[in-house]
Design a protein around this ligand. Structure first.
Ligand code: GLN
Length: 188
């Protein structure tokens, strides 16, 4: 097993450290030729989703990654990575750089308000139990369609979902010591 980490922008190093700590080999995906590397899992890190989306298209990564996600490659998207997976981004229509749109949720970017833009809390995450949730200018999951299942809530709102082999989280497990989410991802 080898984990491809989208490494064009954002917090990919932290995911890489987690994977190394769990003994999973990693390759960094930056440009079209990296798609030939032998990876069978994918991590889409936090960062700035508008920049990531543009680069995914400009660097020729979009079609291949999207079809591999749709084919069932286990994929973990955190924060901006969740936005990349989301089927719908509130307030957006006909972007020249569409998201992968493989995960049946709607998200609203930067939706936790100024005061609460970044915060930490603790929550229950599916089978991994209690763990820290770190939110940084996080997207809010505004709609979860039937094919997706909620893995975690914060104040009654969904903050993590799973659909088949895709997991999308509004928060950043890579920034905390807990390994639960990454272990779960490797078990998909
Ligand atoms: N606010 C960012 C965006 O909309 C996501 C923030 C993050 O990944 N920490 O792209």
């Amino acid at each position: 097993m080898t984990v491809g980490i989208l490494a064009i922008q954002g917090a990919f190093v932290e995911h890489k450290r987690k994977m190394s700590a769990l003994g999973a080999p990693v390759v960094e995906i930056r440009q079209a030729r990296d798609l030939d590397l032998p990876f069978d899992r994918l991590i889409l890190p936090g960062g700035e989703s508008t920049v990531q989306r543009r680069l995914i298209h400009e660097d020729g990564l979009f079609e291949t990654l999207r079809s591999r996600i749709l084919d069932g490659m286990p994929t973990l998207g955190t924060c901006a990575g969740l936005i990349l997976l989301a089927e719908r981004i509130e307030g957006e229509k006909d972007s020249p750089f569409p998201s992968f749109a493989t995960l049946s949720v709607s998200v609203a970017r930067n939706a936790y308000g100024r005061q609460l833009g970044s915060f930490r809390t603790v929550g229950t995450f599916a089978d991994a139990g209690e763990l820290p949730f770190t939110f940084i200018r996080a997207p809010r999951i505004t709609k979860v369609r039937e094919s997706a299942q909620v893995l975690a809530f914060h104040r009654g709102e969904p903050v993590a979902v799973r659909q088949g082999n895709q997991m999308g989280l509004a928060f950043h497990p890579e920034l905390d010591a807990d390994m639960g989410v990454h272990e779960l991802f490797l078990s998909l």
